[in-house]
Write a protein that binds this ligand. Structure first.
Ligand code: NDP
Length: 393
């Protein structure tokens, strides 16, 4: 299982290509395919060894299947957009290829974040003898593995988690998003849900906030509660959880621009008629905003993403915090991409490595917390994202 097809040549695709290319003993042969072949070729030129590139429309199952038949990958790493998850899974099933992604499927026409569509592929993958690993980025991804690690090693009963995603980076632009703007804005403008006492509680978007001080001098930031897709799988697979919340930092500047854009209707996904052409305001907005991949050279500062766990250990209450700090500048120096792409691309490579080496294996559709966290966390630290744990009993 050592021929890998990476689909998507954006910020994350660039990091995955770099990281896989750095490990020839694991990833013997690599193809990078995306909608725009020139972007794949540009990334290929940066790499320490030769890879193949191709153009593919990942909305089109037969095009994807034809590419897979000719390249014969063992594994597809999907780092295109969440809209393409199901078509790529369909093509993997048709040709018989294992699958990995970093974000749950979203239909273009409704901003709905849930695993139901992909979990519905369980039987098909199982019958085909194939494995699909869902959400192998940082959040979801590493946050799921951090939670599994806390549940397995640090608690007898893990009762509560707070996932905290701080981006202390500054890209110097008045307004830009660190990953695909359309996906980012759909996520932050959606209603918030968190898990409490056996059910999801819905609250208005961005209505809960608090100050959070990151370790190691990264700084103090205002974090806002959001719904995030890993909550759905974590409460299913770690049933001891009584409360689960997700928080993300936003600058005042980001929120000011977002409020105005929302007020004028630019974040809507409802089509509007413009001079006889139907356009979706959010897609138009994406076209005028900086590409996340272009932010790399100017982004300074650090990300700090981790999980705070609370529960009981040997009869006593305990709090533990497991986190990674990633420097945007160091990420750029290594891969020509800023930290948000880096913190997503490294775990995508590590998840793929787990599958290729058979350390994580199975037939069906899996979330990250279903596997042994230890080999993943060893490799995560080894390949660019070291993590730390603090405990207060
Ligand atoms: P970008 O927008 O930078 O890149 C997306 C890439 O996919 C582009 O190269 C784009 O092509 C390509 N693409 C889009 N549609 C198609 C299509 N129909 N066929 C083929 N290629 C297509 O996004 P990012 O790199 O920032 O994000 C990639 C993925 O990672 C997303 O799913 C995102 O949600 C996820 N992500 C996950 C995170 C996590 O922690 N789990 C964090 C950040 C991102 P083109 O260049 O031609 O537009």
């Amino acid at each position: 299982m050592n021929r890998v097809l990476i689909i998507g040549a954006g910020g994350v695709g660039r990091v995955v290509a770099h990281k896989c290319a750095q490990l020839p003993e694991t990833f013997h042969s690599i193809m990078l395919a995306s909608r725009t072949k020139a972007k794949c070729d540009q990334i290929a030129e940066e790499l320490p060894r030769a890879i193949e590139t191709a153009r593919v429309d990942a909305d089109n199952v037969s095009e994807l299947a034809a590419l897979m038949r000719s390249y014969k990958p063992d594994l597809v790493i999907n780092v295109a957009l969440p809209y393409q998850d199901l078509t790529i899974m369909d093509a993997c099933l048709e040709v018989g290829v294992h699958y990995l992604d970093t974000a749950n499927y979203e239909p273009k026409e409704v901003a709905k974040f849930e695993y139901s569509w992909q979990w519905a592929y369980q039987d098909k993958f199982e019958k085909a003898g194939l494995m699909a690993l869902l959400g192998s980025g940082f959040d979801p991804g590493v946050t799921n593995v951090f939670t599994a690690y806390l549940a397995r090693h640090q608690f007898d009963e893990l009762e509560e988690i707070e996932i905290v995603d701080v981006n202390g980076g500054d890209h110097g632009k008045p307004f830009a998003t660190n990953f695909n703007p359309e996906i980012n804005i759909r996520e932050v403008t959606a209603s918030c849900r968190h898990w409490e006492s056996g059910r999801f509680i819905e609250t208005p978007p961005m209505s809960a906030s608090k100050a959070f001080t990151c370790p190691e001098g990264v700084g103090t930031y205002t974090i806002y509660r959001l719904y995030h897709e890993e909550l759905e799988s974590l409460i299913k697979h770690i049933p001891s959880l009584k409360k689960a919340q997700f928080w993300m930092s936003f600058s005042e500047n980001y929120l000011k621009h977002l409020e105005v854009l929302q007020n004028v209707g630019m974040t809507s996904i409802e089509p509007v008629d413009y001079k006889g052409t139907k356009i979706i305001p959010l897609q138009f907005l994406k076209a005028v905003l900086p590409e996340p991949a272009s932010l790399g050279p100017d982004t300074k500062g650090e990300t700090c993403i981790g999980v705070i766990g609370r529960g009981r250990k040997e009869g006593k209450s305990r709090e533990a915090y497991i986190y990674n700090i990633c420097s945007h500048e160091a990420a750029y120096e290594e891969t020509n991409s800023q930290g948000v792409s880096y913190t997503t691309g490294v775990p995508a490579m590590v998840g793929a490595k787990m599958m290729i080496e058979g350390k994580w294996s199975g037939k069906g559709v899996y979330n990250m917390e279903q596997f042994d966290p230890d080999p993943f966390l060893d490799d995560l630290a080894r390949y660019g994202l070291p993590w730390k744990l603090t405990i207060s009993d």
